[in-house]
Design a protein around this ligand. Sequence first.
Ligand code: MLT
Length: 271
Amino acid sequence: MIAAVDSARIAYDDIGHGEPVVFLHAFPLNRTMWAPQTSALAAEWRCLTIDTRGFGESPSSAPFTMDRYADDIVAILDHAGIDRATVVGLSMGGYVAFALWRRAPQRVRALVLADTRAGADSPETIERRRALIAVARSEGVLAVADRQLVGLLGKTTRERRPEVEATARTIAESATVDGIVGALEAMIARPDSTATLGTISVPTLFIAGEEDVITPPKDARAMNDAVLGSRLEILARAGHLSNLEAPAAFTAVLSEFLRDSTLRLHGIVLH
Ligand code: MLT
């Protein structure tokens, strides 16, 4: 489905029935990275996967900022007739989820923040992103995918699961140069969300791949300590793209959290 949002067009899938769950993808991937989760969860949950501007089937369209990306999510919720949803964001999807929480907390029923970080970019990261912008412009999308994939996947996946690398590569290679450059600039400019953690008042689950070298588990532990009543799950033998690298384990912890947080919302507490 394609929704017209201001001057942009945002692509999304809306499958299944039940309480709504919105999935926000990593950089430089797109909504198809969530296939292992939505195929398993759609029998019980209404799953919306959304392409950030310039990725997947969403054409590239300025402005590119975390706030604009978050406003696009609100527009999709409006388009789909959804008042509140659980928001699942992985890495860049987590940065968008923080912005969404700041701008429209009333639309967020619960949060799942996977392989992401609250802190802003360090000077070294900004330098690395600027170099990647130059690579995108001069060498194109395939060169960006080559450089990114090394860090995105954990050691175990790289050594033992070439099919996961192939899937991630195919998804990453479908990005556009404008989308990549826009997202890198949006990530560089994003604010520090550390103070936002203390404002989160909905059920929250952090997930981290134990082999994630981009946003290591210690970042997830620090975020978990800063959010009242949140939970943390570390997934074995998974790297940064933990939902693709350990799909069954990721889906299991997500599914348990969705059930638990829904029961809590209705005032039922399990012991
Ligand atoms: C992602 O997976 O979305 C990126 O690694 C995020 C980042 O580069 O900070």
